[in-house]
Design a protein around this ligand. Structure first.
Ligand code: GLU
Ligand code: MG
Length: 452
């Protein structure tokens, strides 16, 4: 595991002892290790601080069925995932961050008892994608935006007064919460770039600095946790539902991707549009090419279709364009206004998607485009729904989207057949359970499903 020194068990033990002392000095009593499952739900086990080393060495036991737990209490058993067997969550003590009074948290890998990654360890899947990029001589950076909706403790709207999008009033009305959020995030080691109240009523956004892919997905989960804890201290709850209230704005979970080789960034400094180099164009083409197969991954929940529509800035069209907020891929060029350089933002991802899985799909589809030297499609610079060069429509029917992912050879190639099987099982369960309910009923049922 990353973070383990190769100097032998004794030095591991003293490193763990030191870590225990550091965490004890911060008041930590218990440590959580979590995994985020194919339904996008984060689930955890806790140990008393003195057992920190065991959380790394032997891990904490979980049933294989954790990977097919659903957004409610259902379990979507598959031919390969039943009631028998046992897996482990293993953490790296160096990752432990304080998330609340007395509690530290670390992201877990899902492993077998011996310590090898389980086929449904989505964090390891993203690590493998990161390694595949490195094997091609590419460094990868992923940045994340987290949109969410503030709620009252009973799950009703947090405020009833009129809302002003990005309003200084609507944000200052929550000043104590925002200050607490920023301070807690800082203490937890997060690199928050920006916080703002968003367009939708009671909507909030936190964006994170780009980093390596697994670290970026870990940071998404840590930010969700920190948001949830800080909100609770101020009489609020946080919804990560793609749409929290019928007719309300959608919550996106946009990811930004940039790639570089030894000559520099792939998305700037070249001869293509906005300086895009051929491999960078192929990467964007790869992402667009696989969208119809991967909507079930990026926006696959029973609530996702309520958001993924033209006019919502949700990127519901399979195209790219410079700063185009209606395109699935919004291209951000290298300018003085973009301190982290050029990148491709995949806007259609929503927070019901597992961030490790979404990032793996995004990165692997970009690598596939590079391997196949796909040609960058023509840019759609205007609103795609009013564009002459209309891009192919994305499936709007959620059952069709899940079926497309299930039948897709590309999805199986990029994400493994085991992962696709589990994802399809939990998403189909959701559709069968909630799919026929009205928007008001389904938003109410799933409003807190992805909260941490
Ligand atoms: N809330 C929009 C979404 O659902 C995104 C708005 C924005 O571009 O920030 O993705
Ligand atoms: Mg936003």
């Amino acid at each position: 595991m990353p973070g383990v020194s190769d100097a032998g068990p004794q030095s591991d033990e003293s490193a763990t002892d030191r870590r225990i002392e550091e965490l004890r000095a911060k008041g930590v009593e218990i440590v959580a290790g979590s995994i985020t499952d194919p339904a996008g739900v984060t689930r955890a086990k806790y140990i008393p601080l003195r057992r920190l080393g065991d959380f790394q060495r032997s891990g904490m036991g979980v049933s294989p069925s954790w990977s097919v737990f659903c957004v409610d209490t259902g379990i979507a058993f598959t031919p390969t995932i039943g009631v028998s067997g046992d897996l482990r969550i293993r953490i790296d003590p160096n990752d432990a961050a304080v998330i609340d009074d007395g509690i530290a948290w670390a992201p877990g890998n899902l492993t077998d008892q011996a310590g090898d990654p389980a086929p449904l360890c989505l964090r390891s899947l993203l690590q493998a994608a990161e390694n595949a990029a490195a094997a091609r001589g590419l460094t990868v950076r992923v940045g994340a935006e987290l949109e969410c909706t503030m709620l009252a403790p009973d799950g009703s709207p947090a405020s009833t007064e009129p809302w002003s999008p990005y309003g200084i009033r609507t944000s200052l009305d929550r000043s104590a919460f925002l200050v607490d959020l920023a301070a807690t995030a800082e203490r937890a080691g997060l690199r928050v770039e920006q916080i703002h109240t968003e367009y939708g009523h009671d909507q909030l956004e936190v964006s994170l600095a780009p980093t390596t892919p697994v670290a970026a997905a870990d940071a998404v989960i840590l930010t969700r946790i920190v948001l949830g804890r800080a909100a609770a201290r101020h009489g609020l709850r946080i919804s990560f539902a793609p749409v929290a209230f019928e007719g309300g704005a959608g919550n996106g979970a946009h990811l930004h991707l940039s790639l570089a080789d030894e000559q520099g960034p792939l998305l700037s400094g070249g001869d293509g549009p906005y300086g895009i180099r051929p491999a960078g164009g192929a990467a964007i083409a790869g992402v667009i090419d696989t969208l119809p197969d991967l909507i079930g991954v990026y926006a696959g929940s029973a609530l996702s279709a309520l958001r993924l529509k033209p006019g919502n800035w949700a990127g519901a069209a399979a195209c790219w364009g410079l700063e185009n907020r209606e395109a699935a891929v919004r291209f951000i060029a290298a300018t003085a206004g973009s301190p982290h350089g050029a990148n491709a933002e995949l806007k259609l991802i929503d927070p019901s998607a597992n961030p490790y899985l979404a990032a793996a799909a995004f990165l692997n589809s970009a690598l596939r485009g590079i391997d196949r030297q796909l040609e960058l499609p023509a840019e759609i610079p205007e609103n795609p729904s009013q564009s002459a060069g209309t891009p192919p429509p994305l499936p709007t029917d959620q059952r069709a989207a899940i079926e497309a992912t299930e039948k897709s050879a590309v999805a199986a190639e990029l994400l493994t057949p085991e992962v696709v099987e589990a994802l399809v099982a939990v998403r189909r369960y959701e559709l069968n359970t909630f799919g026929d309910r009205s928007p008001a009923e389904i938003t109410q049922a799933l409003r807190l499903a992805w909260s941490c």
